[in-house]
Ligand binder design. Structure first.
Ligand SMILES: [Zn+2]
Length: 517
């Protein structure tokens, strides 16, 4: 008779991630976001979002004050003047603007180059204020849209840093909120009410039409900066131009254009545009490994704007890749003096010091960096420092946070976390259950739910009484040697069962496990 194996009563093959689930890739269920929650989401995420988008443009506080004044003027006439609005200029050459729930709005330096009047600034501002006032971001969150494409959005988000995929924890949401796309209805609603706000605030709404026309022209020219920036979230079209023309007819042209005021207020930032262009080109050269060109362009940028922290930081990054950590540290120190609240020179200083073996000094910088923007390298290195001191629990927490990043550092941190946690909580990483073959021989089987090879698992088989449901017998400890990632292995118990019902009276307990050496 042909004997075929019958694998019975297999344990539930639930996909478990070792070290907890990534909070961002997990889809949330529909749930109403109250105004209080909306405001708290915006407040909590505004800062990490700005960190992930190049940081604040701090050199020209008058420019920021000007953008804030225009923003407040429009917010005051909006449908939700009570929101805790905030406006900031970000140090990013990509022409872009965004709004987060609760009225947290940001304008990139790169967009200010492209506008020609205060009324055009008001047109973009009015549009973004509607996104906040009409709860477009909060509605996306309610539908769970935001949380699905998290990793992709973060990738788009952090344009200016190499830390795009290394942001961890709640900060991932901030980066994503800043780069979220709204539907076409939300966009036309923002165009329509944005123009109403312009009119109410005394601006000429015809600027919204000319601005859209400029955007259509720029998008036809496929200006790459715009495609990655504003146009990615706000695709320009003739349709939008026509709709704005219709709105203009109803509202009537006329009002403040503010061409001269705008020109005066952006004169300084426009004057240093070539310096930032040199810096942006230096970054590209540096990414290609051309450090000579990158250094030359960075120095050119410094000559054009000696106060810019990012330029010093780039020289630091170049020195760090050339294995000159002391030199790198002196550039980072300059960058931190110029702008103390941007995460990158802090994390880079921490890495440089860690590599030099100065762990206590590194720790200070890494903690400061993580407070500004939590990243996988920040947590991974703090984990290693804690582990070196014998603070295993602290280390484990850091590794688990770092492991949520979809990166090499994330994978390495997961390995380190599992190494610590597997011997303590083996059943968290190893599923187990009884199986029987065709002849009824009983085995204790285990499945490795991690992505790492497990060297040795110690199990016990427990037998329960059919009537009382109480345990009545247990096997001696048994060893299963070698379980490959995602695979199963088993050990014979030396008993046999006749039926499925009988098999279900057994359970396998994992008592100990260790990773393969
Ligand atoms: Zn929009």
């Amino acid at each position: 008779m042909k004997r075929h194996l019958k694998w019975l009563a297999l344990f539930a093959l639930v996909a478990v991630t070792a070290c907890g689930t990534n909070p961002v890739t997990k889809k949330t269920e529909f749930q109403f976001v109250s105004q209080a929650q909306e405001i708290s989401i915006g407040t909590q995420n505004y800062s990490p979002a700005r960190q992930s988008q190049g940081g604040d443009y701090v050199i020209d506080p008058e420019l920021t004050a000007y953008v804030q004044a225009v923003g407040k003027r429009l917010a005051a006439v909006s449908d939700r003047p009570d929101l805790p609005y905030e406006f900031v200029v970000l140090n990013d050459s990509v022409p872009n603007a965004w709004a987060m729930p609760g009225g947290k709005i940001a304008f990139n330096r790169g967009l200010l180059y492209e506008l020609n009047s205060e009324a055009e600034l008001a047109a973009v501002m009015g549009h973004e204020i509607v996104h906040a006032a009409a709860r477009h971001g909060a509605k996306s969150m309610e539908r769970g849209i935001l949380l699905q494409g998290a990793m992709i959005a973060v990738g788009i988000g952090a344009q200016n840093t190499d830390y795009a995929n290394l942001i961890v924890g709640g900060a991932q949401l901030g980066a994503q909120l800043a780069t979220s796309k709204y539907g076409r209805d939300a966009e036309s609603e923002s165009d329509y009410y944005g123009m109403q706000y312009m009119k109410k605030a005394g601006y000429d709404p015809s600027a919204a039409v000319t601005l859209q026309e400029t955007f259509v022209r720029l998008s036809e020219g496929k200006k790459s900066d715009f495609i990655t920036g504003l146009f990615a979230s706000h695709p320009p079209s003739q349709e939008r131009v026509d709709a704005n023309k219709e709105t203009l007819k109803k509202l009537g042209a006329g009002g403040e254009m503010g061409k001269d005021t705008y020109a005066e207020k952006v004169a300084k930032v426009k004057a240093t545009r070539p310096a930032y262009k040199a810096y942006d080109e230096a970054l590209i050269a540096f990414k290609k490994g051309d450090t000579a060109t990158a250094t030359k362009l960075a120095n050119q940028a410094i000559a054009g704007e000696p106060r810019e922290a990012r330029f010093q930081e780039l020289l630091g990054d170049i020195a760090l890749t050339q294995k000159k950590p002391t030199e790198a540290l002196s550039f980072y120190e300059k960058a931190i003096k110029m702008q103390p609240d941007y995460f990158k020179p802090h994390i880079q200083s921490g890495i440089a010091l860690f590599n030099m073996g100065k762990k206590a000094e590194a720790e200070v910088f890494l903690n400061r960096a993580n407070a500004l923007l939590p990243t996988a390298p920040g947590h991974a290195l703090l984990g290693q420092i804690a582990e070196g001191r014998g603070q295993t629990d602290v280390a484990l927490k850091h590794y688990q946070v770092a492991a949520s990043s979809n990166s090499e550092i994330g994978k390495e941190s997961l390995t380190r976390a599992v190494k610590i946690d597997l011997p303590r909580n083996p059943s968290k990483y190893i599923q187990s259950g009884p199986v029987a073959d065709g002849s009824g021989a009983l085995y204790a089987a285990v499945q490795n739910a991690t992505s790492l090879p497990i060297g040795r698992v110690q199990v016990r088989m427990i037998k329960y009484d059919a009537k009382s449901g109480r345990p009545v017998a247990q096997s001696r400890p048994m060893i299963i040697n070698g379980v490959a990632p995602g695979k199963r292995n088993q050990v014979a118990v030396g008993e046999s069962v006749r039926t499925q019902q009988e098999l279900q009276l057994y359970k396998v307990v994992v008592d100990a496990a260790e990773l393969a050496q």
